[in-house]
Design a binder for this molecule. Sequence first.
Ligand SMILES: NC(=O)c1ccc[n+]([C@@H]2O[C@H](COP(=O)([O-])OP(=O)(O)OC[C@H]3O[C@@H](n4cnc5c(N)ncnc54)[C@H](OP(=O)(O)O)[C@@H]3O)[C@@H](O)[C@H]2O)c1
Length: 301
Amino acid sequence: MANENSASSTSDNMQGRVCLVTGATTGIGRETALGLAKRGATVAIIGRNPQKVTTTVAELIAITGNQNIEGLVADLSSQAEIHRVSAEFLEKHDRLHVLVNNAGAIFFTRRETVDGLEYTFALDHLAYFLLTNLLLDTLKASATPDRNARIISVSSMAHNGAKIKFDDLQSKTSYSPMGAYGQAKLANILFTYELARRLMGTNVTANTLHPGVVSTGFAMNNLGGVIRSAVQLAIRPFLISAEQGARTSIYLATSPEVEGITGEYFDKCKPVRSSAASYDEATAKRLWEVSEQLVGLTATV
Ligand SMILES: NC(=O)c1ccc[n+]([C@@H]2O[C@H](COP(=O)([O-])OP(=O)(O)OC[C@H]3O[C@@H](n4cnc5c(N)ncnc54)[C@H](OP(=O)(O)O)[C@@H]3O)[C@@H](O)[C@H]2O)c1
């Protein structure tokens, strides 16, 4: 989908651009923040562990020499925390040019958040939905016809074969880790396509992506120390590095080639087809409305 209001810029230089990356204390998010900082952006990262956030910010500054890197702490499974951290961001910044919704996880057993929601659905989908909506006015105000503001949501090829179980969104009747994860990653794509439709005529674009199968700490939160090391050793040869896994996120955040491109799913920096289920506009609209109710928002875009 091409956004008609856009013209192209010619460089991926990010001087003067304000970017926010969630889940940037490790893995793909950290490499994404690093790539943006290297290009001169002001980068705010969100992580849930204060010590890790402080260390990551110091490391990113040391590597890039870019002093405009800052850390915010929030557990994004909690809606109150998302409200607090977005307010904290907006107190400091009246501009936001790039939002990268990246923090996500898979859980081998069913858990609930402080809001009483299934954890995967809350963290991997509702956090993207709520944070984006809370920052949308600022994204719109920061966008211009020749340089759009960009919303990037990290999904996964694990969305293939998944469906949105509106009769059991919180997986109360039956839970499987891949079922819950696949549903949430399909939700990322439905959300992005619906968001792009709703943002048509503005200068804000929304795209989503599969980062590859990446060697990170992903899923390791479920495993004990020895098993974790054994699994990591066994699967590492089949995985790409976190730096490679961040390339599509960085491309979507920075490249002039995607100026004005919206409502697309990318893999290896190319737009590709997502699953048939992800193009169902009725499902996307219904998911949007249910998500609004679950996060208690009445006036979204
Ligand atoms: N790795 C893959 O092969 C792969 C494939 C497809 C899609 N993805 C997607 O890529 C994204 C990043 O995954 P990754 O592989 O980089 O995972 P990762 O190494 O586990 O990193 C996840 C990041 O999210 C943060 N996070 C987790 N729970 C959080 C919470 N409740 N509140 C705030 N931050 C939280 C983590 O913080 P801590 O440092 O505190 O843990 C970490 O910074 C996810 O959306 C995932 O679904 C990954």
